[in-house]
Design a protein. Structure first.
Length: 278
């Protein structure tokens, strides 16, 4: 990881610490407040849901807080600092034993995206392997290719590992390469893709659509990642989003979970790159 990447990690940890500490003060949270955070990929869609839920229940203040990652969201729920965590991975047995409960609510395409000026609309898994392994370092027009990594324990990195044995080996090599940018959160990754010429990295369809990101999402071997291609299985690579609560969530959290899975909630998710689950 570059020095800038390490500094970003320290900065993120400091911001998260301040955020989690601030919400401990009871005077800052109303009785009918709902605090939600977690994986950045789900934040954009959750904002649309929160807006509709506020209209349905005007006395409720839904606070969609900055991303702290899947594990951060789960830990904050278990510590009583969040009402609902957003996770891009299922709970571990240890987290379940500590009292966490998960509700899978949507899937979305796990995608490769590039800076908008990169003249590409499609890629292949074989090419992605070459990029992560460091064997492909320029685009077809000779432009320098800038690979944007995620931390080794991030759900995007884990998803890459699972694509194929060749991809797993390439990802392992990429984590050892010097000078690459490591984006600490989903929002950081999208920010870097937007501003770094020649860049390529991972994100989700849900995030690209819900946040109207200025990046180009690539098709894979000619298959475009859409809600339809995710639903019918023609686009094979997906991530599942989970709502995480305590075993006995607060009444307002329980109502929000029902709203997310209601016809209105599912319609909202479908419009912003999600495939709602039954």
């Amino acid at each position: 990881m570059t020095r800038a990447g390490r500094m970003a990690g320290v900065s993120l940890a400091w911001v998260v610490s301040l955020f989690l500490g601030a919400i401990l003060f009871p005077g800052t949270v109303r009785a009918e407040s709902l605090r939600i955070s977690g994986t950045g990929g789900a934040i954009g869609g959750m904002r649309f849901l929160a807006e509709a839920f506020r209209r349905a229940e005007p006395g409720v203040d839904v606070l969609i807080l900055p991303s702290i990652g899947s594990s951060g969201g789960i830990r904050a729920v278990l510590a009583g600092k969040l009402d609902i965590g957003l996770s891009a991975r299922p709970l571990s047995p240890e987290e379940t034993a500590q009292g966490a409960r998960e509700t899978a609510y949507a899937r979305t395409a796990f995608v490769f995206a590039v800076h908008p000026e990169v003249m590409r609309s499609d890629t292949t898994l074989a090419e992605i392997v070459e990029i992560y392994a460091g064997r492909k370092t320029t685009w077809d027009d000779g432009t320098a290719l800038r690979l944007i990594l995620r931390p080794s324990a991030d759900t995007d990195t884990i998803a890459l590992w699972m694509l194929s044995p060749e991809m797993a080996h390439a990802v392992e090599r990429s984590q050892k390469r010097e000078g690459l940018i490591v984006a600490m959160t989903d929002q950081d990754a999208a920010d870097v893709l937007e501003r770094t010429g020649g860049s390529i990295g991972t994100t989700t369809l849900a995030m690209a659509v819900s946040e109207k990101r200025r990046i180009r999402v690539l098709s894979l071997s000619g298959v475009k990642p859409t809600t339809r291609s995710v639903r019918d299985g023609t686009y094979p690579y997906t991530k599942t989003f989970y709502l995480v609560t305590r075993q006995a969530p607060s009444p307002i959290a329980a109502r929000f979970l029902r709203f997310v899975r209601s016809p209105e909630g599912k319609a909202i998710l479908s419009r912003v790159g999600h495939v709602p689950l039954p």
